[in-house]
Ligand binder design. Structure first.
Ligand code: NYM
Length: 211
């Protein structure tokens, strides 16, 4: 088969805060690169853009924003990356993404008075991941991972609600990863699944979130 026709895979990591997503994203990218894959790491929120800076100020509690407004900003922060993502994927680069639309929906839906169906709408038309790796920590291990940080949402009760909503979002592209093990053990589990996905989707069309 012609190597040039292969597209990259859109691999998304999701989970509650401190589940080890960022460590695993870096490890995966490093290993895939070493094997000669074309791969790029992305992260949402992307705090480097103008919209990303507003989000960062909100997360650091430097500004207050109405709940629907911050929800739309998080989604807009993904929309501003969509062309770049599409081009990279079509050119054969696999994208490893630290958080995506599911965090967008789950964190907003954990707030009071937010309509679940409304929250999903700004994501319609964004690229649909080929594989979602949901890192799940048992509450025992989570409580041993030390204190939460100082940013907005980093409280145990809120995180418990987020976790329940994540479960509602799970579909057939999700793989739940037990994140209790050592970084190496967790990586091995992820690595196998990612390799399969890269192979499987390389001749498939890119998909988008629909209504
Ligand atoms: N978050 C992240 C949202 O509330 N909505 C989103 O769309 C995304 C992508 O931002 N607590 C929340 C989840 C995190 C926070 O993320 C910052 P990180 O990965 O700590 O930079």
């Amino acid at each position: 088969m012609n190597q040039a026709l292969r597209r990259g895979a859109l691999i998304v990591f999701e989970g509650c805060d401190r589940a080890g997503k960022t460590t695993q994203c870096h490890k995966l990218v490093e290993v895939l690169k070493r094997e000669g894959h074309r791969v790029e790491l992305m992260k949402f929120p992307d705090r480097s853009t103008t919209i990303g800076q507003m989000i960062s100020q909100y997360l650091q509690k430097k500004v207050e924003l109405e709940d629907h407004v911050i929800h739309l900003l998080f989604a807009a922060n993904r929309w501003e990356a969509v062309k770049k993502m599409e081009n990279l994927l079509l050119n054969g680069t696999t994208l490893v993404v630290d958080r995506y639309s599911f965090s967008g929906i789950a964190f907003s839906a954990a707030k009071p008075h937010m309509d679940f169906e409304w929250l999903k709408q700004p994501e319609v038309g964004l690229l649909q991941p080929d594989l979602v790796l949901f890192l799940e920590l048992s509450s025992d291990v989570a409580s041993k991972r030390g204190e939460f940080g100082q940013e907005r949402y980093e409280q145990p009760q809120f995180q418990r609600s987020v976790r329940q909503i994540f479960r509602k979002l799970q579909d057939k592209s999700w793989q739940v990863i037990n994140a209790d093990g050592t970084p190496e053990e967790v990586h091995q589990d992820i690595y196998e699944k990612v390799k399969r996905s890269i192979e499987l989707v390389s001749f498939q069309q890119l998909k988008k979130f629909d209504k």
